[in-house]
Design a protein around this ligand. Structure first.
Ligand code: HEC
Length: 443
């Protein structure tokens, strides 16, 4: 395919992908305009009546025993103990880690809290954290461990059990896995079971058809089976693409039946695992599930990198805006084409604050594809529209991003702040939208 973005993709490391998407008729989730007024009609706010349901539905899938969130939010005692932190983290929209604003596209597993829910949690923390009637408390949901998409077609393991030290900075490790396939294979999605939920924060499965990962993974034994470390910005080279990604609380979505990502025999999967430190020495052997399309699907899905590599982020200035337009060509090889977008993964590094992608259609109408606020480098999610988004050829994708390069940015990596431009290191920056899409010839 011949997108402008493709030119750029040669200098951009591939990022993860996952799943699938859609566009919808532009229904918009309604924000409550007057959450405070609504709350005023409730006289007493209690855990049983008002709070348990919010925490159970939005938090405990990660905040429970055995998951990687730092404490459990199951039950009244835990909710009370953490009530102030809950109020702060939700009102700043740090938690839950879902950053897409309600807009023209509805996403799967949308986890944003409404303004009213946030106001409720805050009001509960500030009004004595009352319990209410114990018997009326909704019970925390039951979770089944296992694969959300059923038994995987290929189950791939990290080549060995990896050890992570007790303390220090987060580490990014890359493990090379060669899938046992002999024919071109169509991947419809991936999922991950982290080997150790105490430390596995995030996983991305990249593809490498040229053995570059193997060279980096020689290790002491020279067997190509050692993990190697990289910066969180990449895997040490520009991978061919990616099959999927995973973060706590998210599971991979599969592409529709008529679509797949081509995996050729001999192509390696580079499994990048982002590890937190837990305070003690830990081990991990994470598993990647791969789901296949048995027959060659109609649509060949590829990852495209829609990027603005020209960013220059001046030091000591907050609120720096960049805008970049990328046309999706109306024709390819002389044929008129349309595009179908299956998912969207915005990507910036530590100075990023927000990113918005808007489709400007040939008839000049606009559709906001994704509007991400409160960017958090530690929570890079793949956003999957419920229904894939179809865009006519000739549509312009407009990317808008905002950066804060001051000492007030808590993630500021430089002291003092310095001019920051595009680059792969975490301390460089990016303005990138990764999207799984397909080109559809017009009839
Ligand atoms: C997808 C998993 C996930 C979900 C859902 C989630 N959390 Fe968290 N939460 C985490 C993890 C992991 C951390 C540790 C910090 C980090 O990695 O960002 C955390 C940290 C926190 C913290 C500490 C923040 C700080 O300032 O250090 C609070 C408070 C919190 N979560 C509350 C909530 C509440 C309330 C909800 C639901 C409304 C929620 N979380 C939903 C995974 C999750």
């Amino acid at each position: 395919m011949n997108l402008t973005a493709k030119l750029i993709s040669t200098i951009v490391p591939s990022l993860g992908i996952l799943t699938i998407a859609t566009l919808n008729s532009p229904t918009t989730l309604q924000q409550d305009p007057q959450p405070a007024a609504k709350l005023a009609s409730i006289r007493v706010i209690t855990y049983a009546d008002n709070v348990a349901e919010i925490l159970n539905n939005n938090c405990v899938k990660c905040h429970r025993e055995g998951q990687n969130a730092p404490f459990s939010l199951e039950g009244y005692a835990n909710a009370k103990r953490y009530s102030n932190m809950i109020a702060v983290a939700t009102s700043k929209r740090i938690m839950p880690p879902w950053k897409a604003q309600p807009g023209d596209v509805e996403f799967r597993d949308d986890a944003h809290l409404t303004d009213e829910q946030i106001a409720m949690l805050e009001a509960w923390a500030n009004s004595g954290t009352l319990r209410g009637e114990k018997d009326k408390e909704p019970k925390p949901p039951k979770f089944v461990d296992g694969w959300a998409n059923g038994k995987p077609d290929l189950l791939l393991k990290m080549p060995y059990t990896h050890e992570i030290s007790a303390e220090g900075e987060d580490e990014y490790w890359n493990f090379v896995i060669t899938p046992d396939i002999t024919e071109p294979t169509w991947v419809s999605g991936t999922d991950v079971i982290p080997g150790n939920k105490n430390i596995v924060h995030h996983v991305i499965a990249y593809t490498d058809s040229k053995g570059r990962g193997r060279k980096l993974a020689q290790g002491e034994k020279g067997d190509g089976k050692s993990g190697y470390r990289s910066s969180g910005g990449g895997v040490g080279f520009n991978p061919d693409g990616a099959l999927g990604g995973w973060a706590p609380g998210a599971h991979g979505h599969l592409l529709p039946k008529d679509a797949g990502i081509l995996l050729e025999p001999g192509t390696d999967i580079i499994l990048q695992v982002h590890y937190n430190k837990s305070g003690k020495v830990e081990t991990d052997q994470t598993q990647l599930a791969v789901y296949l399309n048995k027959a060659k699907p109609e649509h060949n899905v590829s990852l495209e990198f829609l990027a603005n590599p020209f960013i220059r982020i001046q030091p000591n200035k907050a609120d720096q805006h960049f805008k970049f337009d990328m046309p999706l060509p109306a024709t390819q090889q002389g044929k008129k084409v349309n595009y179908r977008i299956y998912n969207l993964m915005p990507h910036m590094h530590l100075l990023g604050q927000s990113m918005k992608a808007t489709a400007i259609l040939p008839d000049k109408s606009q559709k906001v594809l994704i509007d991400l606020k409160n960017w958090d480098f530690n929570w890079q999610l793949i956003y999957t529209p419920i229904k894939p988004v179809d865009l006519p050829g000739g549509t312009i994708i407009r990317l808008e991003a905002i950066y804060d390069n001051t000492v007030d940015n808590p993630f500021q990596p430089h002291d003092p702040p310095k001019l920051t431009t595009w680059g792969e290191e975490t301390t460089d920056e990016m303005m990138l939208l990764v999207s799984a899409l397909t080109v559809i010839p017009q009839e």
